[in-house]
Design a protein around this ligand. Structure first.
Ligand SMILES: [Mn+2]
Length: 297
């Protein structure tokens, strides 16, 4: 299993002082899905978000699947979404660190995002300590029990041999094929998430793999004599979740920027899950779960 392997306490007071004091966490933009044209609207909204938050941001954490498909050949990358790329590059140039976690749709990056956009790339779960809070960050794919089919597929996607063979194909063919499969899988997951959103109580901890994963992580840490995680933050699920665990700590799922437009905001030692542009607390599993109506009244 892909256990958190990097201990990062580099959230230095220097960078806090240099920039703003808020850490923003976002995931699953899936730009390119269902089409490039419709994604441009979401890209514009993201640019607005970054524009509005940059002045008080100490750093950004993008927890995966920014692009619905990404692949870097030696001399080529997929075209489209240059505005978001430029925005990220500008944030990096201004000294605001942008951390980029590979998801299961944009894992084939081989240096371009770091060299051109200046992001700090993470391929594995990351442990951080912010304001004395222990936090686990990961995209969330391949975590928890079951999902064996996906885990096999994930193994193939991560294979350097498969990546090399894929790079030998002409991009007109390989990119089109990959985009086709990427959109199919994305649409299948989206239709499930949308169906769940319509249910009265779509969040069932017993069926939630990432929730089960969080429980296991807390037990593991307890047995090892380590402090429990205060927050475990993931994407991938496309369902905003803010659920306190029985033993302590909170499982946060950042939702997505396809239908939910949600983001995490860490300030003064507290992590909150908010909607954009209303900036109101949200998340399934929260008791009581706030609604827009409740918050506005
Ligand atoms: Mn994903």
């Amino acid at each position: 299993m892909d256990e958190p392997r990097i201990k990062d306490t580099l959230m230095t007071t220097a960078s806090m002082a240099l920039n703003g004091s808020v850490i923003y966490l976002l995931s699953d933009f899936h730009l390119g899905s269902p089409t490039v044209e419709t994604s441009h609207e979401r890209e514009q909204l993201l640019l607005k978000f970054f524009d509005e938050t940059a002045s008080n941001a100490s750093s950004y954490y993008l927890l995966g699947d920014v692009f619905d498909f990404w692949f870097e050949l030696k001399h080529a990358i997929p075209k489209h979404f240059v505005r978001l790329q430029g925005c990220i590059a500008r944030l990096s140039d201004r000294g605001i660190p942008v951390h980029y976690f590979t998801g299961n749709h944009d894992l084939w990056t081989f240096g371009y995002l770091e060299s051109e956009l200046g992001v700090i790339l993470h391929r594995h779960p990351l442990e951080v300590e912010w304001n004395g809070k222990h936090i686990l960050l990961a995209h969330g794919d391949g975590k928890g029990p079951k999902d064996f089919g996906f885990k096999r597929l994930r193994h193939i996607f991560h294979s350097p041999w498969c990546q090399r063979m894929f790079s030998w194909l002409h991009p007109n063919l390989s990119f089109a094929l990959a985009q086709y499969f990427s959109r199919s899988s994305r649409l299948a997951q989206l239709s499930t998430a949308t169906a769940e959103s319509k249910e009265i109580n779509p969040f069932d901890p017993n069926k939630e793999w990432l929730y089960q994963y969080c429980l296991r992580q807390q037990t593991r840490r307890k047995q090892s004599g380590l402090p429990l995680y205060d927050y475990m933050v993931f994407g991938h699920r496309h369902l905003p979740v803010y659920c306190t665990l029985p033993e302590g700590g909170v499982y946060v799922n950042l939702g997505d920027w396809i239908t939910h437009f949600t983001y995490g905001c860490f300030e003064n030692g507290q992590l909150e899950l908010l909607t954009y542009p209303e900036n109101l607390p949200t998340g399934h599993g929260r008791h009581p779960r706030p609604t827009l109506k409740n918050n506005l009244s």
